[in-house]
Write a protein that binds this ligand. Structure first.
Ligand SMILES: Nc1ncnc2c1ncn2[C@@H]1O[C@H](COP(=O)(O)OP(=O)(O)OP(=O)(O)O)[C@@H](O)[C@H]1O
Length: 624
């Protein structure tokens, strides 16, 4: 080991400090100073008169040389100069000294400079000595650093911004943990014997064109190779501790060679990558920068459960459907798609926010809560939003029509337009219950057939189950303010028309209608005051089986219908009284008994009277 890396022993070091500049004796015998003492001796330098430009562009190494030289000059000149005359002269002489040194400097690192740049005292690797652990020689115009072979105890070495081509001296630093050799003239890759615990290496801004086998560098955790000429990622297979890899601004065309490395941060910006491949096994990936490439698809990003940040700025992603590949990333928070054609899509902003609801930042802008609410209301509005919008539409449309007075025959003033609404998920049996009820209590109820744009199923009758109409007719009715409420389900429109309810009321009857929760919500905004009965299958498996056996619905439709069972149950639990009664629809006969009983209660009828209401063939409908 070079003597100069050893820590100074007590007062000796301090006493030798004054002689630093003049000591040109052998580097090995160069005494070391404490960390504080390693700072250049500014007190000897005429700081008030320094020329800013001159000093800022001067490398620290040269500066140190000048300081030392100045100290020499200062010492020599003190005797000769009188007071007051020295300052102008000293400025001139220091400038010319500096210029001279700049011209003279041969790029060879010498021991005095090393001594001045060593810092951080600590225990040597073997633990037996007190040594300097860190050496910073950034921006010193160095070419030849072979002298560093003697500094075996170094743990942190900063050689950035020099002109170094050869790093073989690192072979003699078995304890080195961090090496910064960025902004040099390296063309070779790791041309030294691997220090056992080398963890962080920065070789950015060099002229390296090839990566080679790094299997001896097991301890490597961070490798920065930005701004080189690398075309292929390779040689990292055995770097089992590598968590940070940056290869920005190279010539990489494909991502490979990363296998199952534990990389958390990967930067490959400014390359020539067209496809996201080779990331499948990077299960620890958290932050991915692929900006400024030529990527047109997000395929390859799925299944990265820890991915939090994706930067894809300035690529070629064009389609909104690409977002599907990242929609299931559970903790994705930050996404940058600036300068991609996808940004030009009219729905871009809200759509991305909706699909990736967990995002907190998109295109370098924080996402506001209001934007998330707007996105959900647009793409998956909750029933209350659907209902509110629906109600507003119909009120506006109806107000815009010539007003007329409804001449319905009302059963009583307290119950205008008496209505019974059976609510529940699709094909839960509510329609059948409604028909049965209207048949038995035909003197009280009539089935209120809604309008729909869907085609009739086998056995369904026009006006019996629905008024089957075209989309054009539906739209016209809507614009004419004919509907009390409308609802869109499975790409079809449904609507309850004012004339339907009015017509039934005019005959002195109550309408019995079935609908989904959105319809209920919309109706609740209106002046109608129906009784609402929730008809819901409690046994989801049985319900699902029933839907499947019906053979009318796709898998997705069945899943959707079944998923709404929970929605109904939740609303019923959360808002007691929202429905006037709840009927289990698992068994339709039992469900009907319950309904029958409820209706009798509502109408104040005994069981006997209710039975006698069941029409026999040829019976006329009894009016109330
Ligand atoms: N005007 C409306 N407002 C809200 N929902 C409606 C309206 N008309 C029909 N629906 C509901 O839309 C859903 C789809 O209707 P569809 O005719 O396909 O089902 P269905 O077989 O009649 O269902 P069910 O037998 O349970 O009544 C059903 O749950 C139905 O009750």
């Amino acid at each position: 080991m070079a003597a100069s890396q050893r820590a100074p022993q007590g007062p000796r070091a301090v006493s030798l400090l004054g002689g630093l500049g003049s000591s040109r004796t052998g580097a090995q015998s160069m005494p070391l100073r404490s960390e504080k003492e390693c700072q250049p001796c500014w007190s000897h330098f005429p700081m008030g008169q320094k020329k800013k430009g001159t000093f800022d562009r001067t490398s620290s190494y040269l500066l140190q040389q000048i300081i030392h030289r100045y100290q020499e000059l200062d010492a020599d000149g003190e005797e000769d100069r009188g007071e007051g005359e020295g300052e102008a002269e000293s400025e001139e002489s220091s400038d010319s000294e500096m210029q001279k040194l700049e011209e003279e400097f041969d790029g060879v690192l010498r021991e005095e400079a090393v001594a001045a740049a060593l810092h951080l005292l600590g225990r040597s690797g073997s633990g037996t000595e007190q040594v300097y652990l860190n050496l910073t020689l950034a921006g010193c115009d160095l070419i030849d650093i072979s002298i560093l072979r003697g500094y075996v105890h170094l743990q942190k070495l900063d050689l950035s911004v020099n002109k170094i081509e050869d790093l073989s001296c690192v072979s003699y630093m078995p304890y080195l943990l961090e090496l910064n050799a960025s902004k040099n003239k390296l063309t070779t890759f790791f041309n030294f014997k691997p220090p056992k615990n080398l963890k962080k290496v920065d070789f950015s801004y060099n002229q390296i064109s090839e990566m080679c086998d790094l299997s001896a560098y097991h301890a490597l955790t961070k490798l920065i190779l930005d701004s080189n000429d690398i075309e292929e990622i390779c040689g990292l297979e055995m770097c089992n501790n590598l968590t940070y890899l940056s290869l920005a601004s190279n010539k990489i065309t494909a991502i490979n060679g990363l296998n199952t490395l534990p990389i958390k941060i990967l930067c490959l910006s400014n390359n020539k990558i067209e496809k996201i491949t080779g990331l499948e096994h990077l299960k620890a990936l958290q932050n991915l920068d692929l900006s400024h490439n030529q990527i047109s698809s997000l395929q390859g990003l799925e299944n990265h459960d820890l991915l939090e940040v994706i930067n894809l700025e300035d690529n070629k992603i064009a389609e909104l459907s690409e977002i599907e590949y990242i929609e299931n990333l559970p903790i994705l928070r930050i996404l940058n798609l600036l300068q991609n054609p996808i940004q030009e899509k009219s729905e871009y902003w809200l759509f991305i926010i909706f699909v990736l609801l967990r995002l907190t930042e998109l295109d370098q802008k924080k996402i506001k809560v209001e934007e998330k609410v707007a996105a959900v209301n647009k793409y998956d509005p909750p029933p209350e939003v659907v209902a509110a919008q629906d109600h507003l539409t119909h009120v506006v449309n109806s107000v815009m029509q010539p007003q007329r007075i409804f001449d319905s025959t009302l059963p009583s003033l307290d119950a205008p337009y008496p209505m019974l609404v059976l609510a529940g998920p699709e094909a839960c049996g509510k329609r059948e219950l409604a028909h049965r009820l209207c048949r038995q209590f035909s003197t009280y109820f009539r089935y209120g057939a809604c309008h729909t744009t869907r085609q009739p199923y086998f056995g369904e009758g026009d006006r019996v189950d629905y008024h089957f109409i075209s989309q054009e007719v539906f739209d016209e009715m809507l614009n004419m303010g004919k509907f009390i409420l409308t609802f869109s389900y499975g790409n079809h429109n449904y609507g309850l028309s004012r004339d339907t309810v009015e017509g039934i009321a005019r005959d002195g009857l109550a309408s019995c209608i079935h609908m989904e929760i959105e319809g209920v919500r919309s109706l609740k905004y209106s002046y109608f005051e129906p009784r609402y009965i929730l008809v819901v299958p409690m046994n989801k498996k049985k319900y699902e089986g029933y839907l499947r056996r019906k053979g009318l619905f796709s898998r997705a439709e069945i899943e959707f219908a079944v998923s709404r069972v929970d929605l109904y149950i939740k609303i019923n639990q959360k808002f007691p009284g929202y429905f006037d009664a709840v009927i289990n629809a698992d068994d339709l006969d039992i469900a009907y008994q319950k309904l029958n009983q409820l209706i009798r209660q509502y109408l104040g009828l005994t069981e006997e009277t209710a039975k006698s209401l069941v029409p026999t063939a040829g019976d006329e409908v009894t009016r109330v």
